[in-house]
Design a protein around this ligand. Sequence first.
Ligand code: CA
Length: 715
Amino acid sequence: MLGSRISAIALTLILAASMGCHGPSQTAIETKPSAKAADLNDARIVQADQEPGNWMSYGRSYSEQRFSPLKAIDDQNADQLGLAWDYDLDTHRGQEATPLVIDGVMYFTTAWSKVVALNAATGSLLWTYDPQVNPKWAVNACCDVVNRGLAAWNGRLFLGTLDGRLTALDATTGKLVWETLTIDPTFRYTITGAPRVVKGKVIIGNGGGEFGVRGYVSAYDAETGKMIWRFYTVPGDPSKPFESPILQKAAKTWTGEWWRSGGGGTVWDSIVYDPELDLLYIGVGNGEPWNGKYRSPEGGDNLFTCSIVALKPDTGEYVWHYQEDPADEWDFDSDEHIILADIPIAGQVRKVLLQAPKNGFFYVLDRATGKLISASPYTYINWATGVDLKTGRPMETPIARYAGNHPPPIVPGPLGAHSWQPMSFSPLTGEVYIPVNDLGFLYKSPEHFEARKFAPNYGIDVVAAGMPQNPEIKKAILDTVKGKLVAWDPVHQKQTWAIERSGPWNGGLLSTAGNLLFEGTADGHFEAYRADTGAKLWSFDAQTGVMAGPVSYTVGGEQYIAVLAGWGGVFPLAAGEVSFKSGRVRNVSRMLAFKLGGKANLPALPEVVEPVLHPPPSVASTAEIQRGEKVFQRYCAACHGDVAVSGGILPDLRYSNTLDSDQWFGVVLGGMLQRSGMVSFKPELSHPDVSAVRAYVIFRANQSLADKKRGPDSQ
Ligand code: CA
């Protein structure tokens, strides 16, 4: 076993060495039948700490602590870190993936669900795999065409594609072994999360909680791709048989005809296996539509939305659940990173589950029973004052739920006080490191709302939620938008230290036994800090926002730190001007690897040529512009930015040269740019709708031009 693994490593390294970095794309390598890359089994993953030089699963070990026991790079020499190699990607969208590094080979996913295998010591290409996701599927993604990673098992890699396929690849060659469709493609499901492998089963969920879907998680046989079990997170139509007894109970927590719009509850990120208790923990997302009035009109907690659910990994049978947000109305998903740890609580070491979900509370649960041990806000929130430890329910404030005609912003908003960016737990410092977002959102019920199968179904007044153009109000809102890196003591539920950021959406975290903490930043840096104090030790100009979780590994005894760079994701796509607070970076998508004394340099970026606003005059009626605003905010803003201000990743329509031509309709209705991911909206929008959107964008472009003339700081 060990022998064959070593020969596989040696062969891979020899092949890699002969190829050279940045070489032409090679899709496969000739290998001997005995050479088997990613030769993982249960024992190797369970005993990940015995192989600190490898990063064999999404969170490094099943506990998903993202703590590396490596310490050749430490707080005394981190300032000698330098770039060892870099690898440019062919996708220029958000990069959210954590790489795997197994026996000297790095495997990772990029935007559009592509896979890359590199020699982890040199960055030279071994193979690539492109699942050929239809660009039209991009419209189904709430939050960019991202992918967060792979699972590996017995010589294979497992990939979930944006369009809902689960794919097994030969880790040695990158060739397809099997592929299975995990969704009904008549619904707007997506996969962006990393699969996990547990006892020969590949576990995968999906996203789509704003688009009329019903959430579930499924297990597939790693050898054959055959489905073994599926657990639905919300009940379906109660006139039909329930798929499991627990769903019959869950259905009692819903009212109205929730199943008609799916119900939501998608499992889009956290799926964590506990080999000690043989339990699988899943994080479940928001109810759909967000606004409970349109989802479950006579109330109810709406299980299992916004819950952590424990399942038996062999059968998918329900074991326990803890609902963080009963009757969620804020898109407070509970999908965020789950960490398993053993920590002292009141003098006794307890097996706990740690999570800092979007809602702003840090939760410590007993992971055997799901019982809440403690919960405390890890940043400023205004929707609740605390969590009742007896009932486990949040103590909501009077403003929490769509408060009247002039509701105040709720903090946090749907971006979450913490989203998918992985945290890290260091058993050495005892701290959990959290990338925190501080920004609010205005939740108001619309006068009219109609849920549609193929439309984003928020159930909110999308116009009221947009950035106001009154300069004083706008400035007051922007002043509240912040971000920070927080070191959180989960035992005493308090902040130990924090580093302030200019804005939200900074990177995932890695802590190491060298008393180091690594994080990428939204403003284009990759940095090292002392894990105990937060003192900054090193900073690298990454030329782009870095959001993904870093990893550490060794090849030939030398320690590396690697991170995938590339600005994107929901924040710069949807948040408009708010995203400029974090730094106006470009997308430059690359894998970056560092080592002590690394001497490589990134090429200088070409100068940015600032585009010029030259809109046609705004001549439409106010009613037409207002109609266009409603359509824009519901259908267009998720990619082209709130109130038509793009965060810089996708085109800013105010600058479009189709504003005064019929090409506008050719693109929006005719699908002229569908190969770039701009789908035809013909099934959902009429010609007058699209004409009104154009009138609104022209109005906004003229408004922005007038602002620019008034002062350089205006948008
Ligand atoms: Ca969500």
